[in-house]
Design a protein around this ligand. Structure first.
Ligand code: C2E
Ligand code: MG
Ligand code: MG
Length: 697
């Protein structure tokens, strides 16, 4: 058939020629009749080549196979499906064409078959690409552990992903459709979310990475980071909300745990040092801004170390927890208490005037002093508290703490179990104490500290029978420093042992000298610090051997201890004393009557001698009760088989009264102040010479 045919049929083909759709016609016998240019272009065959093919031949020549339905069908986005397409052909060159068949009858040619081949390659590829994209997206939504949801304009779910369905406890995601937040969260939370979403839809404004604290209907709480955006129809109208929430509850919990660990003391649950200091800085800023005032307290337990050493650390911990609770119970919510470490607590108290704090401090001390049951023991501890006030005493956190520390130190020095309010005089004292503490070590090493001896006489015979070794510090710049000032510093800085060892060396040398010189045999008393005995008493255990090697009698060495030691005496200390006593040493209880004075202690320890404190001797002439007390001490000592030394005898009338009370020994300025070892030797030599003279008369 040619294009210039003028028959009706030719007109028909000419008409087909103008169509943009690729069209081919076969006769009733499948023979090729006509292909328009669009068809020739599509199959890149000209009419002549086409005329060689019938319908089946053409199909075989061009088409690879009929497209298998599964290659283009299956679940699409949101579950849509594509129906199989029977009339789709896959050409050998990869294109996909849809073949539309039509049968018609023409006047001259009779029944003919018209095929229109529509090239779907571009559309199909795009469709498949979209579908692949959608599949990927769907896969992502279904697999992602984040919660994905779509809501309509009423904030009702239109779709949720499996992760959210699982969080809601649903068997399938479809169960959530039509539900809203009110079905899963508290009414309040749902209301809040709804109003946020409404605003978002009205303002067409998304939110990104917003932190959400969710409160669930079952009472649980969770945290998530949420991104939400309005979704639009093809026309750009808002039709709902899409959201993705990433649950960070576990992260938040770990973060809170870490913060708690970093901020709170694991044992007492009080603020730890860091958190307390941070809070103090913050409190200070606020106080400065609003012109407020507050106080900082430093509270340190007295003799806590001994509880730890004797009852063990776990009982020590129990005690700290109890103290923490008792302290916290005395404070208001607005106050802050922290444990700075060990047995040291710090408190920020909201007060305007320092005067207001006394009652609280008394309450705190009293609460702490209540006995605590530690295992089988009932232990009573006390605390020393130092107080500094903002703005009165300092205007920086560091200074407030350091002033409170100075005040606390002072409270300890005053005999513990008390409190001290900071004052600027304390600062002067503190500076001196720090200076002495730093000079003390070299003073011990360079021999600035010397030993002097104060004679002790037998009351009846007015004869020197011994001496007390007393240390003296001649500071090159500050002059003489009293042992009452530097011994506590040596104790606190741990230098006491080295110091006392040096003193003991001198005393033993002095005794060797006395014994060799042929003067009368005397005793020398040495003061032994309770702190030293508690800490390190190895030398004392070996003292008997040391003396033996030097040819000194044990009875020549008197060890003076104070009552404080008896109060704190541990099993070890008791054992040491019973050993020393068994070896023949004399143990004297110094400053008797000034401390706690529990007489039962006298029986607990192997004491041989008591030294009546000079404060009683001082008043013995005029004060009847002092005299009665001295009389009672002497008679008690007699009953227990102890000897008595009266300290601080300055006058002859004091001497007479004490002699009248049958006191054994007297010591004081009346008989001599402390003197060098050489002078003591001279004194003893004179005495021996006098006695020898008497004997020879
Ligand atoms: P203490 O052991 O009670 O020593 C007696 C103190 O009273 C000495 O003061 C002495 O000089 C003083 N004294 C003696 N007679 C009189 C008197 O008639 N009137 C007055 N007003 N005072 C008198 P010192 O030497 O200042 O020692 C004070 C304290 O320092 C001692 O009290 C003792 O507890 C301690 N101490 C002194 N030397 C040592 C030492 O070597 N080791 C230790 N651990 N402590 C020592
Ligand atoms: Mg003494
Ligand atoms: Mg004394």
């Amino acid at each position: 058939m040619t294009s210039d045919s003028t028959s009706t049929d030719s007109n028909y083909f000419r008409c087909l020629e103008t169509l943009p759709v690729a069209t081919i016609c076969f006769g009733g016998d499948d023979r090729f009749l006509f292909a328009n240019s669009a068809f020739q272009n599509l199959c890149t065959l000209n009419n002549e080549e086409l005329s060689q093919l019938n319908a089946a031949g053409l199909k075989a020549h061009l088409a690879d196979s009929e497209l298998h339905p599964s290659r283009i069908s299956g679940p699409g986005m949101f579950g849509a499906s594509v129906s199989p397409q029977d009339n789709l052909r896959h050409l050998k060159d990869g294109r996909v064409v849809e073949v539309l068949h039509q049968k018609l009858s023409l006047p001259e040619l009779g029944d003919i078959q018209v095929q229109q081949w529509v090239d779907h390659s571009t559309v199909g590829r795009a469709f498949r690409e979209i579908e692949t994209e959608l599949d990927l997206l769907l896969e992502l939504i279904n697999q992602v552990p984040d919660q994905v949801y779509f809501k309509d304009l009423e904030s009702r779910f239109t779709r949720i992903n499996p992760a959210l369905a699982e969080r809601y406890g649903l068997d399938s995601a479809a169960e959530a459709i039509g539900k809203s937040d009110a079905d899963y969260y508290t009414a309040e939370h749902a209301k809040l979310t709804r109003s946020e979403e409404l605003e978002m839809m009205q303002q067409r404004r998304p939110v990104f990475n917003q932190l959400h604290h969710e409160r669930w209907g079952d009472g649980s709480e969770s945290w998530n980071v949420c991104t939400k955006m309005p979704i639009y129809s093809a026309e750009g109208v808002v039709i709902g909300i899409a959201g993705i929430s990433h649950d960070i509850t576990e992260h938040k919990r770990r973060e809170a745990d870490a913060w708690n660990k970093a901020s709170y003391d694991g044992l007492t649950s009080l603020a730890n040092r860091n958190f307390f200091l941070e809070s103090l800085h913050a409190r200070l800023l606020k106080a400065k801004h609003y012109h407020e005032s507050f106080a900082v307290l430093l509270l340190d337990l007295d003799r806590f170390k001994e509880v730890n050493d004797t009852l063990g650390h776990s009982q020590g911990d129990t005690l700290l927890v109890q103290v923490a609770q008792r302290v916290a119970a005395q404070l208001r919510d607005t106050d802050l208490v922290g444990r700075l470490g060990g047995d040291e607590f710090a408190i920020i108290i909201e007060i305007s005037e320092l005067d207001d704090i006394n009652a609280l401090l008394m309450r705190l001390l009293k609460a702490i002093e209540q006995p605590v049951s530690l295992g089988l023991e009932q232990v009573a501890v006390s605390a020393s508290i130092g107080v500094a006030h903002y703005p009165q005493d300092a205007d920086s956190a560091e200074q407030l703490l350091s002033h409170a520390d100075e005040a606390m130190y002072h409270a300890k020095e005053q005999g513990r179990a008390g409190y001290t309010l900071y004052s600027s005089e304390l600062s002067v004292k503190t500076k001196r104490r720090l200076r002495l503490a730093s000079d003390l070590r070299s003073a011990i090493d360079t021999g600035q500290i010397q030993v002097e001896y104060q004679p002790v006489v037998a009351a009846k015979y007015d004869r020197v029978v011994g001496a007390e070794a007393l240390c003296r510090w001649h500071h090159p710049e500050l002059g003489p420093i009293s042992p009452e000032e530097f011994i506590p510093i040596a104790e606190q800085t741990g230098l006491i042992q080295g110091l006392e060892d040096k003193i003991l060396d001198r005393v033993l040398e002095q005794l060797v000298w006395i014994n060799r010189s042929g003067v009368s045999v005397v005793r020398i008393s040495v003061n032994i610090s309770p702190r030293r005995i508690m800490r390190e008493s190895r030398r004392l255990y070996g003292l008997a051997d040391e003396l033996q090697a030097l040819g000194i009698y044990q009875s020549q060495l008197v060890l003076e201890v104070t009552e404080g030691l008896l109060l704190d005496a541990t099993e070890d200390v008791l054992q040491l004393f019973s050993q020393l006593s068994g070896q023949g040493f004399t143990i004297a209880l110094d400053d008797f009557g000034t401390g706690y004075g529990a007489l039962s202690y006298l029986m607990n320890l192997d004491i041989h001698q008591v030294k009546i404190d000079r404060s009683f001797v001082e008043r013995i002439e005029n004060d009847a009760s002092s005299q009665a007390l001295c009389a009672a001490i002497i008679s008690l000592a007699r009953t227990l088989g102890l000897t008595v030394v009266a300290e601080g005898v300055e006058t002859e009338s004091q001497q007479r009264v004490l002699q009248g009370l049958d006191c054994d020994y007297l010591q004081g300025y009346l008989f001599g102040r402390s003197m060098s070892g050489e002078l003591l030797m001279e004194l003893l030599a004179d005495q021996s010479a006098r006695e020898n003279l008497k004997l020879s008369e």
